[in-house]
Design a protein around this ligand. Sequence first.
Ligand code: ADP
Length: 291
Amino acid sequence: MSTPADVRAATPVPGSGHPPLLDVRGVRKVYDGRGRSVEALRDLTFGVAVGELVCIVGPSGAGKTTLLRCISGLLEPTSGEVVLQGEQVTGPPRGMAVVFQEYGRSLFPWMTVRQNVELPLKEKKVPRAERRRLVEEALEAVGLADVHTAHPWQLSGGMQQRVAIARALAYEPQVLLMDEPFAAVDAQTRADLEDLVRALWKRLGVTVLFVTHDIDEAVYLGQRVLVLSASPTVVLEDVVIDLPAERDQLTIRSLPRFAELRGHVYRLVQQAKRGGGAAASGPPGRAPEAM
Ligand code: ADP
């Protein structure tokens, strides 16, 4: 997959005439407990088209984790719905894989790298020969072809997170959800893993929804950045990231357009932290249909 994905970025889903692969419709979530209720999500509506890479940013407590849980079918919205390929999500859908921040806890330490990557395929009842091929391809794709007999604890944090990404890829998901996946690794590893995600996304054509609180990361990675307000949460703005399709850390991060977009998203997040609900002024790449 090369340019078509970035062409789609300029044509947000609501105006594209195609139904989105993932459709979040008026999702509201209220947590009830001990006589106190918390309205974590007020009204979230957005779509993600096939092959898009969309980032979600928002202040801490904005409901990013709640949203991902609703999308992955682990939590039932109080109202509204999540639709994947035309079907309402009511439990963990087969077509979805999630990469969490805490790679240390998401891999089984007693299993080798190969066994960790293979496990969901066994549960999916993929035949043995096919499993072998998928595991090898996924480990190759993340640059870990030579460590498949190692155990997770023998690897660095960045390598462990690569294993978690390989496990998600081997599953051949339609949608890959990533929940702050690089928050716990050092800056250089983080930059490498960001480039790995972009490379895999372009090569495999997988649809990615990437949650982060890091504004630079969201702008560097995404074709669109959804900025969430503070709780109770709505989408403050759907920002189209019109940076070149070919991205490398040094070139892209020194572009004036990168600085402009980052500044814009930063102002929105600041506004969200202050509890603002309206869109910030001077939108450089807004997708008005998606608001
Ligand atoms: P984020 O991931 O953006 O930091 P969360 O989704 O974790 O935000 O939380 C959003 C809001 O919902 C917060 O006010 C949080 O305290 C509240 N919340 C999250 N989980 C629960 C829960 N299980 N019960 C009650 N309130 C919760």
